[in-house]
Each structure stands twice: as C-alpha cells, then as structure tokens.
Design a protein around this ligand. Structure first.
Ligand SMILES: Cc1ncc(COP(=O)(O)O)c(C=O)c1O
Length: 343
C-alpha cells in the first residue's frame, strides 16, 4: 500500500469528509438568485449571528467577499489603508484597483499596524486628494505567518478609523483560527468592523464558499455587487450545506491544526540550516527560512516522496489542516530536514 499524500501547501486543499458529502447530498435547495434557497438562508443567518452582525451574504470565494465588501464602502478614486502584503491588496489580481477603482496605501509593519499609523496616513476629502475612506485589516494575517492581531491594538485601529469617519473592513478568511487561538469569540474579534469576510473553504474544510457580514443596508449593496461581479448562484444550498456542516463539526478541531503547526515548527527549528521564529507561530501556518537551501529544490525533493510543499527563494510556508495528522507532520518534517541537509 502506498503512503497517503501529505499536502502542506495550504489549508484549502482539504476534501469534504463522508459526513459533509452526505449533508451536501441531503440539503434542501432552491434558486438563490430568487432568494429561494433555505440552506443558504440558514447559513447566512448562522454566520451573521456568529459574527454579531445584522446580515450576511454567501459568495463563491474569499476574494469576491473582500472585493464586494470594499466596493460597497468605496467610491472609485477613494483610497484604502491596508497592511503590508494583505491578501485583498497583493493576491487578488489587482481587483481593488480594477473593479473598485480604489488606490491603496500600505502601512508599515508586518501586515499588522497601529492606530497611530492610520492617523498619520489618513487623507481628508480635498478636491486634489484621494480621500481615505476604508481601513482593511487581516486577522489572522496569512503572509505574516498566520499571526494574530493584539486585541487592544485592533480595537484602537477600529476606534481611530471611525473617529476619522472611515469604514473598517476585516478580512477574516481565517477568523475561525484567530478565535480558537486567542480564546475570544468570532463576535468579539469582529466587534466594531463595518464589514467582515470569512471563508468556509480554508481551515473549516468545506469545498467552496465565503461570506460577508455587515448591516442590512451594506449587505443590500453587497448583493448588487455580487450580481455585478458574477457571483449570483442558483442552487447554492449544496455549497451552504458543506459550510453549515463545517461550522458545526470542524471549528473546535482547529486547535489540532494549531498543535500540529507548533509541533512542525518546533521540530524544524532545531534542524540544521533552517530558521523558524517560534514566537510567530500562532495558528496553523509555519514560515521557514533556509540558510543555504533553495525552496524549489526542497519542494522537488519532497514531491518525489509524497509531500507537497510551497516555497520560493529561501522561504517556505507550511499550512496544517483537517487532512494532515501528526504522523503526516512527522514525515513532512523528516523529508524537509533531509532535503535541507543535502543542500
Ligand atoms: C487572508 C485571505 N483572504 C482572502 C483569501 C481569498 O480566498 P479565495 O482563495 O477563496 O478567493 C485568502 C486565500 O487564501 C486568504 O488567505
């Protein structure tokens, strides 16, 4: 028998469990563009409630969730303040510029930033200036290594954002991980944000789906942009059922992914030629830096041994999830250390 594949490229690689597939097969559905799908309604209500917002809207992807949430709060020509390497700025194909017509100003820091930086960067509405109207936060921050925001710093950023008359957006693609790791509810971590996006297709292990949550009025605007961006779906209850199942059964177990990430980090931090900052391993993401080894060579070595990895230059990101257990992490750590030792 061949060993199962170990895939640490992302937490998006999970496949639906048998129980999730059953929930999907049995879901009552209707045409959601007509507002007829009871499973979509149930998911939207559940997520709005979990995030402490009036309403929520199901969309196909985290990218669409971020982009319609931002679009609904911007006029073309406005400016967005955003952390370094934020997903909705760096990894969404320029959508913020192309679809919302917004310009971005990135703030200093590792993706997290302080209220003083927001105040310093803010530009008022003058005829010759792009007014700053939205501040976007990402928690956990993917590119920074799945790190959590400090809750006091987060509250200060939201307070200054509102004081200056701007809207606060939260990219919470992995807010579920942030809640488990910080011991604070998703509702607490979303408090004060005007729009919050969450993903079902990352650590939660559903195949497709993200949601935007906000006030009824902002969600009404998001609904229009969802249609405009091509995200109106018909019997989407099939997707919503996977999401409802994931929320019920896969939220608490994210703690296992965090334990596995810490285990991987601690194991690899002691391997020759690998640097890993353990203080930055907060959730399910581990960042490695190689002294000499090239990430491409490590990826190639591992692929031949049934371990899928992602990295470039001297850096590699490992992400733990539902489909990788402790034995898989042990095997992956051995293979990575072996490849680095060969370099
Ligand atoms: C922080 C963050 N936001 C948004 C997204 C976009 O999600 P999707 O791939 O569903 O468009 C991702 C994807 O990895 C992400 O990591």
């Amino acid at each position: 028998m061949t060993a199962p594949e170990i895939d640490l490229r992302s937490d998006t690689v999970t496949r639906p469990t048998a129980a999730m597939r059953r929930a999907i097969a049995e879901a009552p559905v209707g045409d959601d563009v007509f507002g007829d799908d009871p499973t979509v309604r149930a998911l939207e209500e559940r997520v709005a409630d979990l995030l402490g917002k009036e309403a929520a809207l199901l969309v196909p992807s985290g990218t669409m969730a971020n982009q319609i949430a931002l679009r609904a709060q911007l006029r073309p020509g406005d400016e967005v303040l955003i952390g370094k390497d934020a997903h909705c700025w760096r990894f969404e194909s320029g959508a913020l510029a192309a679809l919302a017509g917004a310009q971005s100003q990135t703030l200093p820091g590792d993706g997290r930033f302080e209220a003083t930086a927001v105040r310093a960067a803010f530009k008022p509405d003058e005829p010759y200036i792009a007014p700053t109207t939205v501040v976007a936060v990402e928690n956990t921050h993917n590119a920074a290594g799945g790190v959590l925001w400090d809750v006091v710093a987060l509250a200060e950023v939201v307070a200054v954002t509102h004081e200056l008359g701007m809207a606060a957006h939260l990219d919470g693609a992995r807010l579920w991980n942030a809640a488990i790791a910080s011991g604070r509810s998703e509702k607490e971590l979303s408090a004060g944000f005007d729009t919050v996006c969450v993903c079902l297709s990352k650590g939660l292990g559903a195949p497709v789906g993200s949601l935007v949550a906000s006030t009824r009025e902002v969600i009404r605007r998001c609904h229009r942009f969802r249609k405009m961006y091509g995200g109106g779906m018909r019997q989407a209850g099939l997707l919503a059922a996977g999401g409802l199942h994931a929320l019920e059964h896969h939220r608490a177990r994210l703690a296992d992914d965090h334990d596995n990430a810490r285990y991987l980090a601690e194991t690899l931090a002691t391997a020759p030629g690998i640097r890993c900052d353990l203080a930055r391993v907060h959730t399910n993401i581990v960042m490695l830096e190689f002294e000499r080894a090239d990430a491409g060579a490590v990826v190639a070595h591992a692929t031949g041994r049934g371990v899928k990895l992602l990295g470039s230059g001297k850096r590699m990101r490992l992400v733990t999830h539902l489909d990788v257990d402790r034995a898989g992490c042990t095997r992956a750590a051995e293979v990575i250390a072996e490849a680095v030792a060969k370099a």
